[in-house]
Ligand binder design. Structure first.
Ligand code: COA
Length: 124
C-alpha cells in the first residue's frame, strides 16, 4: 500500500514566524538545525522543511499538534536529495519507507511525500 501527503507554503509566512524567538528550535531537530545553520538558514529551505514535515504528517494521517515536529527531521544527502530522519516516533509502523521531494520558488515552497507501507498483509 502507498499513501501520499503534500503541502504548499507561502515563504512570507515562515519569514514572519522565524522572527519569533525560538521558532527554529521548536520546529527543527538537532541535526536538521545544524545542517540549515551551516547553510545560513536559507528561508526557502526552512519553509521547505516545514512543508515536508506537514506532508509527512498527512501521509500518515496525523495532524500538526499531535507530533513534535523536531522528531521529523528533514536532512539532505551529498547530492542535495532530501530524506527523513525520524526519532522517537514509536507509534509508526517500522516497515514504512518514506520518500520526500521538495521544490521552491521565491514565494512558495512545496513538498511531496510518498509512504510505502510494508507488505505484511500482502495476502489480503
Ligand atoms: C534536483 C535539481 C534538479 C533541483 O533543481 P531546481 O529545479 O533548480 O530546484 P527546486 O526548487 O525545484 O528544488 C530544490 C530542492 O530540490 C532538492 N534536491 C536537490 N538535489 C536533489 C537531488 N539530487 N535529488 C532530489 N532532490 C534534490 C532539495 O531539497 C532542494 O531544496 P533545498 O535547496 O531546500 O535543499 C538540481 O538541484 C539538480 O540537478 N541536482 C543534482 C545534483 C546532483 O545529483 N549532484 C550530484 C553531486 S554528488
Amino acid at each position: 500500500m502507498i499513501s501520499v501527503g503534500t503541502d504548499l507554503i507561502e515563504i512570507k509566512r515562515i519569514e514572519k514566524s522565524i522572527k519569533r524567538a525560538g521558532f527554529l528550535k521548536r520546529i527543527l531537530g538537532n541535526a536538521e538545525y545544524l545542517e540549515l545553520k551551516n547553510r545560513n538558514f536559507p528561508i526557502q529551505s526552512v519553509a521547505a522543511n516545514f512543508c515536508a514535515k506537514e506532508a509527512f504528517l498527512k501521509s500518515v494521517g496525523k495532524g500538526l499538534g499531535e507530533v513534535d515536529l523536531r522528531s521529523i527531521e528533514v536532512l539532505r544527502e551529498k547530492s542535495g536529495k532530501p530524506y527523513f530522519k525520524l526519532t522517537n516516533i514509536n507509534w509508526l509502523d517500522k516497515s514504512i519507507n518514506f520518500s520526500v521531494s521538495i521544490t521552491h520558488t521565491k514565494e512558495y515552497a512545496l513538498a511531496f511525500v510518498v509512504a510505502e507501507h510494508g507488505n505484511k498483509n500482502e495476502e489480503d
